[in-house]
Design a protein around this ligand. Structure first.
Ligand code: FAD
Length: 472
């Protein structure tokens, strides 16, 4: 338990508007959006400045008080939820750090405080005729600090890279309260270690990110969207190569979905309809985009479709003829997670594989799951262009959800073992958090895990920063 005098001292740093101590008011902070993780904390602190974050960490470090950072609380692996094992941890929320500091149109950068949401970053860039390249279904809530700390991906990685790729530097507060500032927006700086990079994917275990400088891109001025039925993931990969070539590398979205996942959206989500009249086992949502308003995107797309049909890579397809039709396609894709939740229990695997092995993996993993967990419904979908699949497995129809979810660990092990055999990753974009730390320990090579631990203990010797996350 943290003594009351510590809680009072920490509360004084942020003032009355910056702390939440009533448990009823803390519910949104200690509950994960799927209700998979529900924690507790004696105190939520909401600092408004880097200086307040620094004072909080210096105090906590001196008194060995654990701190869990949180941004938009959209993380899916429990990394931002305090007190999950009953221990007493302060929650530090960045929600009140909401300023966009600068949009530099000439240098094509945006610098913002950690609590600014991805939607706000996109809007601020668009006002200057530029584009913030990250796009994900949680963008209305997830924050600059959160996406950087989890190295979030989303649907445009194929074109603009992961959050790490589009970050030029951060300001971060270390466990002892000292501040690292690498916000100058330099493209080139070879003066030793790239310290900012350490915080990408660290999930709040190495420091608290207080500001981020992201690179921006020229705005997309024309776009074309197609919904395509494909016979298999192997055909989808060939289609990807074809689309890249014919579009002169302008593919900005390449999402794969299995039929089963779509069925869930048609069943559970209002306004989701099948864009095609014929059925297929697999589908691709393909977008190409150009910075040229007069680009011949549409004719290129028609060319891709024609060539793909003649090669048997596509059996049917629809090109979006209006903004409404494009939104209808996207509604189906973006409703899959929500529809799965409404269909019942699903066991998640957020994996990536070398592209060349992906089709083989899908067949082998599906067969192995069917043998070991009869009746389970494998529903893969995801960002195929990045080799990233959400290889989710739904409970058998009309069975008990909780009995199915009890098999989370053995099912994860089966899938992750295969992923590892194929040289893939057990966390492509959501991170490790508390959910996958046993699997990380089991499967990450010893030398890499050792290096991670050495960095952690050098930067946070008292282990006050998110101590249950990533490591045991
Ligand atoms: C509907 C939905 C769709 C999603 N789609 C995607 C997707 O396509 N791609 C993807 O990658 N993810 C996706 N996610 C997961 C999630 O949105 C991302 O992980 C996101 O980056 C989390 O940002 P956040 O601000 O909500 O962070 P939080 O959930 O608050 O925190 C996540 C982790 O980062 C740490 N953290 C947060 N802020 C800071 C900070 N300032 N300094 C240090 N550590 C910090 C926390 O301690 C925690 O470990 C999705 C989630 C939902 C709910």
């Amino acid at each position: 338990m943290i003594d009351q005098h510590h809680l009072d001292a920490l509360g004084n740093i942020v003032g009355p508007k910056g702390s939440v101590s009533e448990s009823a008011d803390q519910i949104p902070f200690v509950t994960e959006w799927r209700d998979k993780f529900v924690g507790k904390t004696p105190l939520v602190l909401q600092p408004q400045s880097t200086s307040e974050v620094s004072q909080i960490l210096a105090y906590c470090n001196r008194n060995k008080i654990s701190v869990v950072p949180q941004g938009g609380n959209t993380g899916l692996v429990g990394g931002g939820i305090p007190g999950l094992d009953g221990s007493s941890e302060i929650l530090l929320s960045t929600r009140r750090m909401q300023s966009i500091i600068e949009v530099d149109a000439l240098g094509a950068t945006i610098t913002a405080e950690a609590g600014v949401t991805v939607s706000e970053l996109q809007g601020a860039a668009a006002e200057k005729g530029l584009l913030f390249g990250l796009s994900l279904a949680s963008e209305g809530s997830c924050t600059a600090g959160g996406v950087f700390s989890t190295n979030a991906g989303g649907v445009h990685v194929i074109r603009y890279g992961t959050t790490r790729d589009m970050t030029l530097g951060v300001e971060a507060v270390l466990a002892d309260g000292s501040i690292i500032n690498e916000l100058s927006g330099l493209r080139k700086d070879n003066t030793g270690f790239a310290i900012s990079n350490l915080f990408a994917g660290a999930e709040g275990t190495l420091g608290i990110v207080t500001k981020v400088c992201f690179r921006l891109f020229p705005a997309e001025r024309s776009r074309s969207t197609a919904w395509l039925a494909v016979p298999s993931p192997a055909a989808a990969l060939e289609l990807l190569s074809l689309a890249k070539e014919v579009s002169e590398d302008q593919v900005s979205v390449f999402e794969l979905m299995c039929r089963q996942a779509l069925e869930f959206t048609f069943r559970h989500i209002d306004g989701c309809r099948d864009p095609l009249s014929t059925q297929s086992e697999w589908y691709v949502l393909l977008e190409t985009a150009s910075t040229n308003a007069d680009s011949d995107n549409e004719s290129r797309k028609a060319q891709i479709l024609e060539m793909a049909l003649s090669k048997g890579l596509v059996s049917d397809g629809a090109l979006a003829q209006s903004l409404q039709q494009r939104q209808d396609f996207w509604r189906v894709r973006e409703s899959i997670s929500e529809a799965q939740k409404l269909e019942g229990g699903s066991i998640k695997h957020d994996i990536s594989l070398p592209l060349r092995h992906l089709p083989e993996f899908v067949v082998e993993a599906s067969n192995a799951l069917a043998r070991k967990f009869p009746g389970c419904r494998v529903t893969p979908f995801g960002h195929l262009g990045d080799g990233n699949l959400h290889f989710n497995v739904m409970q058998p129809a009309n069975t008990d959800k909780h009995a199915f979810l009890d098999q989370w660990e053995p099912m994860n092990q089966l899938v992750h073992d295969l992923v590892t055999q194929y040289g893939g990753s057990i966390s492509a974009e959501h991170g490790i958090g508390v959910l996958k730390k046993n699997e990380l320990r089991r499967l990450k090579p010893v030398a890499e895990l050792g290096a991670m631990r050495a960095i952690k203990s050098a930067l946070d010797p008292n282990n006050i920063l998110n101590p249950r996350c990533l490591f045991d």
